[in-house]
Design a protein around this ligand. Structure first.
Ligand SMILES: [Zn+2]
Length: 413
């Protein structure tokens, strides 16, 4: 054995280990306060199995950083009442971005995943470098609004995304290929950047902020301009061998159907997406004089999702049939998912969920009719409790909170 190496090792290792231990203890204490606060130092020592001295030391550091504060006393039956500690929710903000809608949405988010400030920048058919420019504009606006230190930037983007390296391999709608998004933005803003596929981010949002932290497995079907699925399977966020897990939007389900942006035709998302909905609504407007949508037939403005929703809620027959048909196609997708993966809990997300219970019922019926009875009977299909416009932002925020502060155990990815 080389003696110089063996001599150098002992002096280097203990230091690294001490730092690592301290970082580990800090995360452990912070997470305990985050999940169970307000707590006393003694409570924390009991919950973490750290010594009282270590806890006091770590807490002093967290108070100095402004992340934790003393918030009062617990009533005591005798002796000195213990001081209670809690997280300072607004001690830091982060930037969350959703690049998967017609407008790039962004927000400043606090440590509890509460949105403090929102922006929305219309994409207006920008793609390539111009879309990247719009990302920079969104980040610039949010940085200018931030009156707290920023932890980092979390981004949910459509396409095939290597979340570990922060590279967008392919995003058809944005015309991005092999884009090193994380590296580009970290270089410019000197903040840590985390990138994930938008549907995978939606699954993280549902898991962490939609009350699903006890779920072993979960599929979040997100229907917006496109359709995709974020899958949590046995406590792991599935990315797939080529980062394409959950890309069921481009399965061909209609022979001779509508052409799709991917180059094929009859893809699931040509039948189930907000784009499909608006296209079909226009067809109804032009061909069904009895429909409430008919007044849009000669309008110079395109039909909006709000207008379709209004016709639906007033009981317009043609609109209701269209939404039921969409629910049936979606039910087919859900039946395929639960049959392949054996997942028992499916959550529908995205602005399509504004059609509520009637849509959900069509999805449930079709899924039941198309899957093995025993499988279908045990499957729960619900609407996400999270507002569709916040979903991707919150999922991207979860990535930042978990990676930067360890506020919760991140699903394996
Ligand atoms: Zn397609």
């Amino acid at each position: 054995m080389d003696r110089s190496t063996s001599a150098a090792t002992p002096s280097r290792w203990p230091k690294a280990t001490r730092q690592q231990t301290r970082a580990h203890n800090t995360r452990l204490v912070l997470r305990t306060i985050y999940e169970h606060g307000p707590l006393s130092r003694a409570d924390i020592a009991r919950a973490t199995h750290l010594t009282r001295t270590t806890v006091s030391d770590v807490v002093a550091g967290l108070i100095e950083q402004g992340l934790v504060d003393e918030v009062g006393f617990r009533p005591s039956s005798g002796g000195k009442p213990p001081i209670l500690l809690n997280l300072v929710d607004n001690a830091r903000y982060l930037i969350g971005l959703d690049l998967a809608s017609d407008a790039f949405r962004g927000a400043l988010v606090n440590l509890r995943g509460q949105i403090q400030h929102r922006i929305s920048l219309p994409l207006s058919s920008r793609d390539g470098d111009r879309a990247l420019e719009l990302v920079r504009e969104a980040i610039g606006q949010l940085i200018a609004q931030a009156d707290r230190p920023l932890l980092g930037i979390g981004i949910g983007t459509p396409g095939l995304v290597d979340a570990v390296r922060g590279i967008v391999y392919q995003a058809v709608n944005l015309d991005w290929r092999d884009l090193p998004l994380r590296a580009l933005l970290e270089q410019q803003y000197h903040l840590p950047v985390y990138v994930a596929n938008d549907c995978h981010a939606a699954a993280l949002a549902e898991y962490y902020f939609g009350g699903k932290r006890d779920a072993e497995s979960l599929a979040v079907v997100k229907v917006e301009r496109g359709l995709g699925v974020g899958i949590v399977l046995s406590g792991r966020l599935l990315s797939g061998d080529a980062f394409g897990a959950g890309e069921i939007g481009h399965l061909r389900i209609v022979d001779g159907g509508e052409p799709c942006q991917c180059g094929h035709s009859g893809c699931l998302e040509t039948a189930v997406s907000t784009r499909a909905l608006l296209r079909q609504a226009m067809a109804i407007a032009q061909s069904r004089p009895d429909s409430a949508l008919h007044r849009w037939a000669d309008s110079s403005d395109p039909i909006s999702l709000d207008a379709v929703l209004e016709a639906f809620q007033t009981g317009d027959e043609a609109t209701r049939q269209m939404v039921s048909q969409m629910g049936r196609y979606l039910g087919f997708g859900v039946a395929t998912l639960v049959s392949v993966l054996g997942i028992r809990h499916v959550v529908l997300a995205g602005s399509i969920t504004r059609f509520g219970e009637p849509l959900l019922e069509a999805v449930r019926q079709e899924a039941r009719a198309r899957a093995l009875e025993r499988v279908a009977r045990e499957v729960r299909i619900d609407l996400s409790p999270i507002d569709s416009s916040d979903m991707v932002i919150l999922g991207a925020s979860a990535l930042v909170l978990a990676r930067r502060l360890g506020l919760f155990a991140l699903l394996r990815m």
